[in-house]
Design a protein around this ligand. Structure first.
Ligand SMILES: NC(=O)c1ccc[n+]([C@@H]2O[C@H](COP(=O)([O-])OP(=O)(O)OC[C@H]3O[C@@H](n4cnc5c(N)ncnc54)[C@H](OP(=O)(O)O)[C@@H]3O)[C@@H](O)[C@H]2O)c1
Length: 250
């Protein structure tokens, strides 16, 4: 129960990596506030599962595309006098197209949800965070490498990694550590939307030096590590979780 009496706010907690994050923090005694957009039934199931673990759970529907909704979420948290020790900007969306077929609308959609929303939410939540707090942004290697049809998401993740560094410097004096976790491909619903399924399959099948397939729980466990006091001097870093895959030239 390392996080007893602490609270984490996780965006996009209803499915995939977000769900693993919720369960990993709940199992460590952390109270959970998680957001979802469409997955109402999954969110209700997850809420029940976490309450049975013995932690307090709030699930909140929000579209992160809207700054007004982010402000409403913040106002709700403040009105309920909830404290937030950890914020994990996990939710993401995006239009799967290459740079030439991507329109301005696609760009705005993806960048607003994946980069602007984490920035605005972090700025707001930082105001009510106590000392020894953490903000973690979930990013991907598509920020610096090219994956077909990942253009707008890759660009948004590059922005997210950069804002991690800027906010880390601005928030470190307030006792808030900001870092990002960059995960290699893991099997979640998100992968089903790639038009180039062959590429995805071959990346998923590629062996990493650990010889083990990456899972959403691997990412969640690193987030748990980063939220412990022992990680106090890790500031503004992008932690790559891929079992060493990026070290091998292919
Ligand atoms: N899967 C991978 O291989 C991989 C690799 C590297 C990094 N990542 C990153 O890890 C994070 C989670 O990925 P995932 O694969 O678990 O994704 P996922 O299964 O597609 O889940 C996405 C989550 O984000 C929420 N969401 C989507 N659009 C939203 C919006 N406009 N407003 C609010 N919430 C919204 C969804 O809520 P609803 O279900 O309620 O709509 C869902 O909870 C993302 O940041 C992703 O970029 C994933």
């Amino acid at each position: 129960m390392i996080f007893k009496d602490k609270t984490v706010l996780i965006t996009g907690g209803s499915r995939g990596i977000g769900k693993s994050l919720c369960l990993a923090f709940a199992k460590n005694g952390c109270n959970i506030i998680f957001t979802y957009l469409r997955s109402k039934t999954e969110s209700e199931k997850l809420t029940k599962e976490m309450k049975e673990i013995g932690v307090e759970v709030e699930s909140i529907k929000i579209n992160l595309k809207s700054t007004k909704e982010i402000e409403k979420l913040y106002d709700y948290i403040v009105s309920k006098k909830m404290k937030v020790n950890f914020l994990i900007n996990n939710a993401a969306s995006g239009v799967m197209k290459n740079s030439l077929d991507t329109t301005e609308k696609h760009w705005d959609w993806t960048l607003d949800i994946n980069a602007k929303a984490p920035w605005i939410l972090s700025k707001k939540i930082a105001k009510i965070m106590p000392k020894n707090s953490r903000i973690i942004n979930i990013t991907s290697p598509g920020s610096s490498k090219v994956l077909n049809n990942y253009f707008s998401i890759g660009v948004s993740k590059a922005a997210l990694e950069s804002l991690t560094r800027y906010m880390a410097v601005d928030l470190a004096p307030k006792g808030i550590n900001v870092n990002s976790i960059s995960a290699s491909l893991v099997e979640t619903d998100a992968l089903k939307y790639f038009p180039n399924q062959e590429d995805i399959k071959s990346i998923l099948e590629r062996k990493n030096p650990k010889g083990k397939k990456l899972t959403p729980d691997d990412i969640a466990e690193v987030a748990v590590l980063l939220c412990q006091e022992k990680s106090n001097m890790i500031v503004g870093q992008n932690i790559i979780i891929d079992g060493g895959a990026n070290l091998v030239l292919r």
